[in-house]
Design a protein around this ligand. Structure first.
Ligand code: SAJ
Length: 418
Protein backbone atom coordinates (compact mmCIF):
# COMPACT_ATOMS: atom_id res chain seq x y z
CA UNK A 1 0.00 0.00 0.00
CA UNK A 2 1.26 3.47 -0.88
CA UNK A 3 1.75 5.95 1.94
CA UNK A 4 0.70 9.48 1.07
CA UNK A 5 1.34 12.38 3.41
CA UNK A 6 -0.90 15.41 2.95
CA UNK A 7 0.53 18.60 4.42
CA UNK A 8 -2.19 21.09 5.33
CA UNK A 9 -5.61 19.68 6.28
CA UNK A 10 -7.85 22.57 5.28
CA UNK A 11 -10.56 22.98 2.66
CA UNK A 12 -8.39 21.35 -0.01
CA UNK A 13 -5.97 19.12 1.89
CA UNK A 14 -8.49 17.30 4.05
CA UNK A 15 -10.79 16.23 1.19
CA UNK A 16 -7.74 15.09 -0.79
CA UNK A 17 -6.41 13.15 2.21
CA UNK A 18 -9.82 11.53 2.66
CA UNK A 19 -10.04 10.54 -1.01
CA UNK A 20 -6.54 8.99 -0.97
CA UNK A 21 -7.47 7.07 2.18
CA UNK A 22 -10.82 5.93 0.81
CA UNK A 23 -9.11 4.54 -2.28
CA UNK A 24 -6.44 2.32 -0.83
CA UNK A 25 -3.65 4.63 0.30
CA UNK A 26 -2.31 4.83 3.80
CA UNK A 27 -2.59 8.53 4.63
CA UNK A 28 -0.73 10.63 7.14
CA UNK A 29 -2.24 14.10 7.38
CA UNK A 30 -0.04 16.82 8.84
CA UNK A 31 -1.24 20.15 10.16
CA UNK A 32 -0.13 22.77 12.67
CA UNK A 33 -3.67 23.18 14.02
CA UNK A 34 -4.04 20.94 17.08
CA UNK A 35 -7.81 21.28 17.08
CA UNK A 36 -7.95 20.04 13.47
CA UNK A 37 -5.70 17.07 14.31
CA UNK A 38 -7.80 16.02 17.29
CA UNK A 39 -11.08 16.45 15.42
CA UNK A 40 -9.89 14.37 12.45
CA UNK A 41 -8.48 11.62 14.67
CA UNK A 42 -11.95 11.34 16.23
CA UNK A 43 -13.32 10.73 12.72
CA UNK A 44 -14.87 14.18 12.54
CA UNK A 45 -14.15 17.24 10.42
CA UNK A 46 -13.36 20.84 11.37
CA UNK A 47 -14.57 22.34 8.09
CA UNK A 48 -18.05 22.40 6.60
CA UNK A 49 -18.51 19.95 3.76
CA UNK A 50 -21.66 17.83 3.61
CA UNK A 51 -20.05 14.97 1.69
CA UNK A 52 -16.75 14.75 3.50
CA UNK A 53 -17.75 13.73 7.02
CA UNK A 54 -18.65 10.10 6.20
CA UNK A 55 -15.49 9.54 4.17
CA UNK A 56 -13.27 10.84 6.97
CA UNK A 57 -15.14 8.83 9.62
CA UNK A 58 -14.76 5.57 7.64
CA UNK A 59 -11.09 6.14 6.81
CA UNK A 60 -10.20 6.95 10.42
CA UNK A 61 -12.16 3.90 11.63
CA UNK A 62 -10.33 1.67 9.13
CA UNK A 63 -7.00 3.15 10.20
CA UNK A 64 -6.10 4.46 6.72
CA UNK A 65 -6.22 8.14 7.76
CA UNK A 66 -4.38 9.62 10.70
CA UNK A 67 -3.52 13.22 11.54
CA UNK A 68 -0.40 14.48 13.31
CA UNK A 69 1.64 17.65 13.68
CA UNK A 70 5.02 16.19 12.70
CA UNK A 71 5.88 14.95 9.21
CA UNK A 72 6.68 11.25 8.89
CA UNK A 73 8.18 9.13 6.11
CA UNK A 74 5.91 8.58 3.10
CA UNK A 75 6.11 7.64 -0.57
CA UNK A 76 4.43 10.85 -1.69
CA UNK A 77 4.01 14.27 -0.07
CA UNK A 78 1.11 16.44 -1.21
CA UNK A 79 1.36 20.06 -0.05
CA UNK A 80 -1.90 21.98 0.33
CA UNK A 81 -1.07 24.87 2.65
CA UNK A 82 -2.45 28.40 2.21
CA UNK A 83 -0.72 31.06 0.10
CA UNK A 84 -2.43 34.27 1.22
CA UNK A 85 -1.60 37.75 -0.03
CA UNK A 86 0.05 40.17 2.36
CA UNK A 87 -0.58 43.92 2.45
CA UNK A 88 -0.23 45.50 -0.98
CA UNK A 89 -1.26 42.23 -2.66
CA UNK A 90 2.11 40.48 -2.31
CA UNK A 91 1.83 36.66 -2.30
CA UNK A 92 3.03 35.00 0.89
CA UNK A 93 4.69 31.62 0.22
CA UNK A 94 6.10 31.27 3.73
CA UNK A 95 3.81 28.33 4.59
CA UNK A 96 5.22 26.39 1.63
CA UNK A 97 8.74 27.24 2.74
CA UNK A 98 7.97 26.06 6.28
CA UNK A 99 6.53 22.76 5.00
CA UNK A 100 9.53 22.19 2.71
CA UNK A 101 11.86 22.62 5.69
CA UNK A 102 9.67 20.35 7.83
CA UNK A 103 9.49 17.44 5.40
CA UNK A 104 13.15 17.66 4.33
CA UNK A 105 14.45 15.50 7.24
CA UNK A 106 12.11 12.56 6.45
CA UNK A 107 12.64 12.51 2.66
CA UNK A 108 14.05 9.36 1.09
CA UNK A 109 15.23 8.46 -2.40
CA UNK A 110 12.30 7.73 -4.72
CA UNK A 111 9.84 10.06 -2.92
CA UNK A 112 7.45 12.27 -4.87
CA UNK A 113 6.61 15.81 -3.72
CA UNK A 114 3.55 17.50 -5.19
CA UNK A 115 2.75 21.15 -4.58
CA UNK A 116 -0.99 21.88 -4.84
CA UNK A 117 -1.19 25.30 -3.18
CA UNK A 118 -2.05 28.15 -5.54
CA UNK A 119 1.37 29.69 -6.18
CA UNK A 120 3.10 32.48 -8.08
CA UNK A 121 5.01 31.24 -11.12
CA UNK A 122 8.40 29.91 -10.03
CA UNK A 123 7.36 28.74 -6.55
CA UNK A 124 7.93 25.04 -7.29
CA UNK A 125 11.50 25.85 -8.35
CA UNK A 126 11.93 27.98 -5.21
CA UNK A 127 10.64 25.05 -3.14
CA UNK A 128 13.32 22.83 -4.68
CA UNK A 129 15.95 25.33 -3.60
CA UNK A 130 14.62 25.26 0.00
CA UNK A 131 14.68 21.47 -0.06
CA UNK A 132 18.19 21.34 -1.53
CA UNK A 133 19.49 23.64 1.18
CA UNK A 134 18.07 21.32 3.84
CA UNK A 135 19.09 18.04 2.16
CA UNK A 136 22.34 18.45 0.21
CA UNK A 137 22.70 14.63 0.24
CA UNK A 138 19.66 14.20 -2.08
CA UNK A 139 19.50 15.04 -5.78
CA UNK A 140 16.45 17.12 -6.66
CA UNK A 141 15.11 17.54 -10.19
CA UNK A 142 15.82 20.50 -12.48
CA UNK A 143 14.27 21.09 -15.87
CA UNK A 144 16.41 19.68 -18.66
CA UNK A 145 18.65 17.67 -16.29
CA UNK A 146 18.66 13.88 -16.07
CA UNK A 147 18.80 11.78 -12.93
CA UNK A 148 17.45 12.70 -9.49
CA UNK A 149 16.50 11.03 -6.23
CA UNK A 150 13.28 12.97 -5.62
CA UNK A 151 10.41 13.70 -8.04
CA UNK A 152 8.71 17.09 -7.85
CA UNK A 153 5.56 18.39 -9.60
CA UNK A 154 3.12 21.28 -9.36
CA UNK A 155 -0.48 20.07 -9.66
CA UNK A 156 -3.06 22.77 -8.99
CA UNK A 157 -6.34 22.10 -7.22
CA UNK A 158 -9.39 23.40 -9.07
CA UNK A 159 -12.34 22.08 -7.10
CA UNK A 160 -15.31 24.34 -6.45
CA UNK A 161 -16.14 25.01 -2.79
CA UNK A 162 -19.47 23.29 -2.12
CA UNK A 163 -18.77 20.34 -4.42
CA UNK A 164 -15.23 19.43 -3.53
CA UNK A 165 -15.57 15.66 -3.16
CA UNK A 166 -17.30 15.23 -6.53
CA UNK A 167 -14.95 17.56 -8.39
CA UNK A 168 -11.84 15.95 -6.86
CA UNK A 169 -12.71 12.74 -8.64
CA UNK A 170 -14.25 14.14 -11.83
CA UNK A 171 -12.17 17.23 -12.73
CA UNK A 172 -9.30 16.95 -15.19
CA UNK A 173 -6.00 17.72 -13.51
CA UNK A 174 -2.94 19.51 -14.73
CA UNK A 175 0.27 17.70 -13.88
CA UNK A 176 3.27 20.01 -13.99
CA UNK A 177 6.35 17.87 -13.44
CA UNK A 178 9.74 19.57 -13.23
CA UNK A 179 10.79 16.80 -15.65
CA UNK A 180 8.83 14.20 -17.64
CA UNK A 181 9.47 11.42 -15.10
CA UNK A 182 8.31 13.75 -12.28
CA UNK A 183 4.99 14.11 -14.13
CA UNK A 184 4.75 10.32 -14.47
CA UNK A 185 5.27 9.87 -10.73
CA UNK A 186 2.65 12.51 -9.90
CA UNK A 187 0.19 10.80 -12.23
CA UNK A 188 0.69 7.54 -10.30
CA UNK A 189 -0.28 9.41 -7.12
CA UNK A 190 -3.47 11.01 -8.51
CA UNK A 191 -4.56 7.82 -10.25
CA UNK A 192 -5.35 6.57 -6.73
CA UNK A 193 -8.68 8.44 -6.92
CA UNK A 194 -8.93 10.75 -9.96
CA UNK A 195 -11.16 9.35 -12.71
CA UNK A 196 -10.70 12.24 -15.17
CA UNK A 197 -7.80 13.11 -17.47
CA UNK A 198 -4.38 13.88 -16.01
CA UNK A 199 -2.68 16.24 -18.43
CA UNK A 200 1.07 16.69 -18.44
CA UNK A 201 2.88 20.02 -18.74
CA UNK A 202 5.80 21.68 -16.98
CA UNK A 203 5.66 23.20 -13.50
CA UNK A 204 5.67 26.87 -14.53
CA UNK A 205 2.82 26.41 -17.01
CA UNK A 206 0.86 24.47 -14.41
CA UNK A 207 1.36 27.26 -11.85
CA UNK A 208 0.24 29.87 -14.37
CA UNK A 209 -2.73 27.81 -15.55
CA UNK A 210 -4.29 27.83 -12.09
CA UNK A 211 -3.87 31.61 -11.86
CA UNK A 212 -5.17 32.02 -15.41
CA UNK A 213 -8.40 30.12 -14.73
CA UNK A 214 -9.28 32.28 -11.76
CA UNK A 215 -8.13 35.52 -13.42
CA UNK A 216 -10.28 34.68 -16.45
CA UNK A 217 -13.31 34.33 -14.21
CA UNK A 218 -12.46 37.54 -12.38
CA UNK A 219 -12.13 39.49 -15.65
CA UNK A 220 -15.43 38.08 -16.93
CA UNK A 221 -17.22 38.97 -13.67
CA UNK A 222 -15.62 42.44 -13.75
CA UNK A 223 -17.12 42.96 -17.20
CA UNK A 224 -20.52 41.91 -15.82
CA UNK A 225 -20.09 44.27 -12.86
CA UNK A 226 -19.09 47.12 -15.16
CA UNK A 227 -22.16 46.42 -17.29
CA UNK A 228 -24.29 46.60 -14.14
CA UNK A 229 -23.04 50.14 -13.43
CA UNK A 230 -23.51 51.23 -17.04
CA UNK A 231 -26.99 49.66 -17.19
CA UNK A 232 -28.02 51.36 -13.97
CA UNK A 233 -26.96 54.70 -15.42
CA UNK A 234 -28.79 54.06 -18.72
CA UNK A 235 -31.91 52.58 -17.11
CA UNK A 236 -31.45 49.09 -18.56
CA UNK A 237 -32.04 45.82 -16.72
CA UNK A 238 -28.55 44.27 -16.67
CA UNK A 239 -29.87 40.74 -16.07
CA UNK A 240 -32.03 40.88 -19.14
CA UNK A 241 -29.19 42.49 -21.09
CA UNK A 242 -26.71 39.72 -20.22
CA UNK A 243 -29.19 36.95 -20.86
CA UNK A 244 -29.93 38.43 -24.30
CA UNK A 245 -26.24 38.88 -25.15
CA UNK A 246 -25.57 35.31 -24.01
CA UNK A 247 -28.02 34.07 -26.65
CA UNK A 248 -25.20 34.73 -29.08
CA UNK A 249 -23.44 31.38 -29.61
CA UNK A 250 -20.00 32.80 -28.79
CA UNK A 251 -20.87 35.12 -25.89
CA UNK A 252 -20.90 33.91 -22.30
CA UNK A 253 -20.91 36.76 -19.79
CA UNK A 254 -21.03 35.85 -16.10
CA UNK A 255 -23.32 37.50 -13.58
CA UNK A 256 -22.83 40.79 -11.74
CA UNK A 257 -23.13 40.84 -7.98
CA UNK A 258 -22.12 42.81 -4.88
CA UNK A 259 -18.43 42.08 -5.60
CA UNK A 260 -16.22 39.03 -5.84
CA UNK A 261 -15.49 37.04 -2.70
CA UNK A 262 -13.88 33.82 -1.56
CA UNK A 263 -10.21 33.10 -1.15
CA UNK A 264 -9.38 32.27 -4.76
CA UNK A 265 -10.83 34.50 -7.46
CA UNK A 266 -10.40 37.68 -5.44
CA UNK A 267 -6.81 36.76 -4.58
CA UNK A 268 -5.15 34.75 -7.35
CA UNK A 269 -5.13 37.46 -10.05
CA UNK A 270 -2.85 39.48 -7.76
CA UNK A 271 -0.24 36.69 -8.10
CA UNK A 272 -0.08 37.47 -11.81
CA UNK A 273 -0.11 41.24 -11.29
CA UNK A 274 2.61 41.00 -8.68
CA UNK A 275 4.92 39.00 -10.98
CA UNK A 276 4.43 41.10 -14.14
CA UNK A 277 2.96 44.45 -13.01
CA UNK A 278 3.72 46.28 -16.27
CA UNK A 279 2.03 43.66 -18.41
CA UNK A 280 -0.96 42.51 -16.37
CA UNK A 281 -2.99 45.68 -16.97
CA UNK A 282 -6.36 44.08 -17.67
CA UNK A 283 -5.97 41.62 -14.79
CA UNK A 284 -5.33 44.48 -12.37
CA UNK A 285 -8.16 46.62 -13.71
CA UNK A 286 -10.61 43.73 -13.34
CA UNK A 287 -9.59 43.38 -9.70
CA UNK A 288 -10.12 47.09 -9.17
CA UNK A 289 -13.56 47.02 -10.82
CA UNK A 290 -14.64 44.07 -8.66
CA UNK A 291 -13.14 45.54 -5.48
CA UNK A 292 -15.02 48.79 -6.14
CA UNK A 293 -18.43 47.15 -6.44
CA UNK A 294 -19.26 46.92 -2.69
CA UNK A 295 -18.81 50.69 -2.31
CA UNK A 296 -21.17 51.27 -5.22
CA UNK A 297 -23.76 49.01 -3.56
CA UNK A 298 -23.40 50.90 -0.27
CA UNK A 299 -24.06 54.17 -2.10
CA UNK A 300 -27.18 52.64 -3.63
CA UNK A 301 -28.39 51.65 -0.15
CA UNK A 302 -27.62 55.14 1.16
CA UNK A 303 -29.74 56.62 -1.61
CA UNK A 304 -32.54 54.14 -0.84
CA UNK A 305 -32.45 54.97 2.87
CA UNK A 306 -32.58 58.71 2.15
CA UNK A 307 -35.44 58.25 -0.33
CA UNK A 308 -37.42 56.10 2.10
CA UNK A 309 -36.93 58.60 4.92
CA UNK A 310 -37.91 61.59 2.75
CA UNK A 311 -40.98 59.99 1.21
CA UNK A 312 -42.28 58.63 4.53
CA UNK A 313 -41.50 61.65 6.70
CA UNK A 314 -39.11 59.64 8.82
CA UNK A 315 -35.69 60.35 10.24
CA UNK A 316 -32.79 58.46 8.62
CA UNK A 317 -32.21 56.88 12.05
CA UNK A 318 -35.67 55.28 11.89
CA UNK A 319 -35.15 53.50 8.56
CA UNK A 320 -34.67 49.75 8.94
CA UNK A 321 -32.39 47.89 6.54
CA UNK A 322 -32.45 44.11 6.02
CA UNK A 323 -29.54 42.47 4.17
CA UNK A 324 -30.31 39.16 2.47
CA UNK A 325 -27.26 36.87 2.50
CA UNK A 326 -23.85 37.18 4.15
CA UNK A 327 -21.93 34.30 2.53
CA UNK A 328 -19.46 34.84 -0.30
CA UNK A 329 -21.62 32.89 -2.72
CA UNK A 330 -24.96 31.05 -2.78
CA UNK A 331 -25.86 28.05 -0.64
CA UNK A 332 -22.76 27.85 1.52
CA UNK A 333 -21.98 29.07 5.05
CA UNK A 334 -18.55 30.44 4.17
CA UNK A 335 -18.31 34.12 5.14
CA UNK A 336 -14.60 34.58 4.45
CA UNK A 337 -13.73 37.42 2.09
CA UNK A 338 -17.43 37.91 1.50
CA UNK A 339 -18.52 41.16 -0.19
CA UNK A 340 -22.01 40.59 1.24
CA UNK A 341 -20.58 40.55 4.77
CA UNK A 342 -18.39 43.57 4.05
CA UNK A 343 -21.36 45.57 2.79
CA UNK A 344 -23.53 44.51 5.73
CA UNK A 345 -20.79 45.40 8.24
CA UNK A 346 -20.35 48.84 6.72
CA UNK A 347 -24.10 49.44 6.69
CA UNK A 348 -24.29 48.36 10.34
CA UNK A 349 -21.67 51.02 11.14
CA UNK A 350 -23.46 53.68 9.11
CA UNK A 351 -26.87 52.84 10.61
CA UNK A 352 -26.22 51.49 14.14
CA UNK A 353 -29.04 49.30 15.45
CA UNK A 354 -31.01 49.64 12.19
CA UNK A 355 -29.51 46.77 10.19
CA UNK A 356 -30.41 43.10 10.40
CA UNK A 357 -29.45 40.15 8.23
CA UNK A 358 -31.05 37.03 6.85
CA UNK A 359 -28.54 34.22 6.29
CA UNK A 360 -30.14 30.76 6.20
CA UNK A 361 -26.75 29.00 6.33
CA UNK A 362 -25.62 30.23 9.76
CA UNK A 363 -27.29 30.28 13.17
CA UNK A 364 -27.91 33.17 15.53
CA UNK A 365 -24.85 32.25 17.66
CA UNK A 366 -22.43 32.91 14.82
CA UNK A 367 -19.68 35.17 16.26
CA UNK A 368 -19.79 37.52 13.28
CA UNK A 369 -23.25 38.77 14.29
CA UNK A 370 -22.27 39.94 17.74
CA UNK A 371 -19.02 41.41 16.42
CA UNK A 372 -20.92 43.78 14.14
CA UNK A 373 -24.01 44.33 16.28
CA UNK A 374 -26.22 42.55 13.76
CA UNK A 375 -29.36 40.58 14.48
CA UNK A 376 -30.24 37.56 12.42
CA UNK A 377 -33.83 37.44 11.20
CA UNK A 378 -35.83 34.57 9.85
CA UNK A 379 -36.59 34.92 6.17
CA UNK A 380 -40.36 34.71 6.71
CA UNK A 381 -40.49 37.46 9.33
CA UNK A 382 -37.90 39.75 7.71
CA UNK A 383 -40.25 41.44 5.30
CA UNK A 384 -42.38 42.87 8.09
CA UNK A 385 -39.48 44.77 9.61
CA UNK A 386 -37.74 45.98 6.43
CA UNK A 387 -37.91 49.44 4.93
CA UNK A 388 -34.97 48.87 2.61
CA UNK A 389 -34.32 45.29 1.44
CA UNK A 390 -30.81 44.60 0.15
CA UNK A 391 -30.28 41.34 -1.76
CA UNK A 392 -26.62 40.38 -1.54
CA UNK A 393 -26.57 36.62 -2.20
CA UNK A 394 -28.77 34.50 -4.48
CA UNK A 395 -29.38 31.74 -1.93
CA UNK A 396 -31.91 29.14 -3.07
CA UNK A 397 -34.31 30.09 -0.24
CA UNK A 398 -34.56 33.64 -1.62
CA UNK A 399 -35.12 32.44 -5.17
CA UNK A 400 -37.70 29.77 -4.29
CA UNK A 401 -39.92 32.21 -2.39
CA UNK A 402 -39.15 35.70 -3.72
CA UNK A 403 -40.24 38.64 -1.57
CA UNK A 404 -42.15 41.43 -3.22
CA UNK A 405 -41.84 44.90 -1.81
CA UNK A 406 -44.98 46.71 -0.70
CA UNK A 407 -45.45 50.15 -2.20
CA UNK A 408 -43.30 51.77 0.47
CA UNK A 409 -40.37 49.36 0.73
CA UNK A 410 -37.33 49.88 -1.48
CA UNK A 411 -35.37 46.90 -2.86
CA UNK A 412 -31.68 47.06 -3.79
CA UNK A 413 -31.18 43.76 -5.58
CA UNK A 414 -27.51 43.10 -6.44
CA UNK A 415 -28.27 39.62 -7.77
CA UNK A 416 -31.34 40.37 -9.85
CA UNK A 417 -33.47 37.63 -8.23
CA UNK A 418 -36.54 39.61 -7.18
N1 SAJ B 1 -19.40 35.41 -8.79
C1 SAJ B 1 -20.06 36.47 -9.41
N2 SAJ B 1 -20.64 36.25 -10.62
C2 SAJ B 1 -20.59 35.02 -11.22
C3 SAJ B 1 -19.92 33.95 -10.59
C4 SAJ B 1 -19.32 34.18 -9.36
O1 SAJ B 1 -20.11 37.58 -8.90
O2 SAJ B 1 -21.17 34.89 -12.31
C5 SAJ B 1 -18.78 35.63 -7.47
C6 SAJ B 1 -19.33 34.73 -6.39
O3 SAJ B 1 -20.50 35.25 -5.85
C7 SAJ B 1 -18.19 34.72 -5.40
C8 SAJ B 1 -16.96 34.80 -6.29
O4 SAJ B 1 -17.42 35.25 -7.55
O5 SAJ B 1 -18.23 35.85 -4.56
C9 SAJ B 1 -16.23 33.50 -6.48
O6 SAJ B 1 -17.14 32.42 -6.62
P1 SAJ B 1 -16.96 31.28 -7.71
O7 SAJ B 1 -18.05 30.31 -7.57
O8 SAJ B 1 -16.75 31.88 -9.04
O9 SAJ B 1 -15.55 30.62 -7.37
P2 SAJ B 1 -14.88 30.02 -6.02
O10 SAJ B 1 -13.99 31.07 -5.45
O11 SAJ B 1 -15.82 29.38 -5.12
O12 SAJ B 1 -13.98 28.86 -6.71
C10 SAJ B 1 -13.07 29.20 -7.75
C11 SAJ B 1 -13.28 28.21 -8.91
N3 SAJ B 1 -12.54 28.66 -10.08
C12 SAJ B 1 -13.15 28.78 -11.29
O13 SAJ B 1 -14.31 28.54 -11.47
C13 SAJ B 1 -12.28 29.21 -12.42
C14 SAJ B 1 -12.81 26.83 -8.49
O14 SAJ B 1 -12.86 25.93 -9.59
C15 SAJ B 1 -11.37 26.92 -7.95
O15 SAJ B 1 -10.91 25.63 -7.52
C16 SAJ B 1 -11.37 27.86 -6.77
O16 SAJ B 1 -11.76 29.14 -7.24
C17 SAJ B 1 -9.98 27.88 -6.18
O17 SAJ B 1 -9.74 27.24 -5.14
O18 SAJ B 1 -9.09 28.48 -6.81
Amino acid sequence: MKTVSVLGLGYIGLPAAAMFAANGANVIGVDVNQHAIETINQGKIHIVDPFLEDIVRDAVAKGTLRATNTPEKADAFVIAVPTPVKGDHVPDTSYIEAVAKNIAPVLEKGNTIILESTSPVGTTEAMIEWLEAARPDLKFPHEGQEGHDIYVAYCPERVLPGQVVKELVENDRIIGGITEDCSEKAIEVYRIFVKADLIKTNARTAEMSKLTENAFRDVNIAFANELSLISDELDINVWELISLANRHPRVNILQPGPGVGGHCIAVDPWFIVNKTPELAKLTRLAREVNEGKPEWVINKVNEAVATFAASNNKAITDVRVVCYGLAFKPNIDDLRESPALLITEKLAKLYPGQVSAVEPNIDEKHPVLEKHGLTLKLYEESQNIADVMVVLVDHKEFIEIPLTANNKQIVVDTKGIW
